[in-house]
Design a protein around this ligand. Structure first.
Ligand SMILES: [Zn+2]
Length: 259
């Protein structure tokens, strides 16, 4: 697929949005979110029918335009074929609880899951951590299980509150956005910030913690909607270059060590 600047966020049709969301899956695979066929993103159906969820048994790197099923908020499949991921309640309950959210992501990205599996608080040590300066990243630690029941989905959504992302202890992360660009950047920045924090804490250096109010002001300055759109288009250009070389569906082979 050839990248066109105007392709993204310009056409509000479901097919166009799902094409962007498919690309978001493949971008996230390049950014360390791949874990075999696990991990998935969803999109709130604009007609109120429920949510479009990536279908099962596909790696993030393999998702293309029509690899989604429409389910209602109780998990009934309304449209599409293929397996329904068993963690659908995580998506449904977050979307139910957060009218401002149109997209939900869930993955087991390595460094974010390292933090999720500890009591370490994500802090705004670098620009990626600044993304979370307002609400932080709460942790849902009631269970190490995957989120396959409605009560667990309700509790996870409650812990998420107004935040952009959630640590799932000993499991992974959830992340949200009002646009496909925002949910993608939230997932990418969480993994990058977590990796930075693991490196910083492993270095033996004494970390400098930014002033919390200044960190929020910095968020406002470096991440206005125009910048978010620029970063989203950057990741799309990069995806096109990678896929021009190796095609769709190839996962990155290795992840460099943190230290
Ligand atoms: Zn999971």
């Amino acid at each position: 697929m050839t990248y066109h600047h105007t392709q993204y966020l310009e056409d509000g049709s479901i097919a166009s949005t799902l094409a962007d969301l498919a690309r978001a899956h493949r971008i996230l695979e390049l950014e360390g979110h791949g874990d075999m066929s696990m991990g998935h993103l969803s999109y709130r159906d604009p007609f109120g029918r429920g949510l479009w969820l990536k279908r099962g048994n596909l790696a993030l790197s393999e998702v293309v335009d029509d690899d989604f099923i429409l389910i209602d908020f109780d998990g009934n499949v309304l449209e599409g074929t293929g397996l329904r991921h068993i963690e659908w309640p995580l998506h449904a309950e977050i979307l139910r609880a957060r009218p401002d959210v149109n997209f939900v992501g869930h993955s087991h990205s390595h460094f974010a899951t390292v933090l999720a599996s500890s009591t370490e608080e994500l802090l705004p040590y670098n620009n990626h951590g600044i993304w979370f300066a307002y609400e932080g990243v709460p942790r849902f630690a009631d269970t190490c299980h995957i989120i396959t029941t409605v009560p667990l989905g309700v509790d996870a959504a409650k812990t998420l509150g107004n935040a952009q992302a959630l640590f799932l202890a000993n499991h992974g992360i959830a992340f949200v956005g009002s646009t496909v660009a925002e949910v993608t950047l939230t997932g990418i920045f969480l993994e990058k910030a977590a990796r930075f924090q693991v490196d910083l804490k492993s270095s033996g250096f004494t970390p400098i913690l930014p002033d919390p109010e200044e960190a929020k002001e910095k968020f406002d300055r470096i991440y206005p909607p125009k910048a978010q759109h620029n970063f989203w288009t950057f990741f799309n250009r990069r995806l096109d270059r990678v896929e021009a070389l190796q095609g769709i569906g190839i996962s990155q082979i290795s992840l460099p060590s943190a230290v």
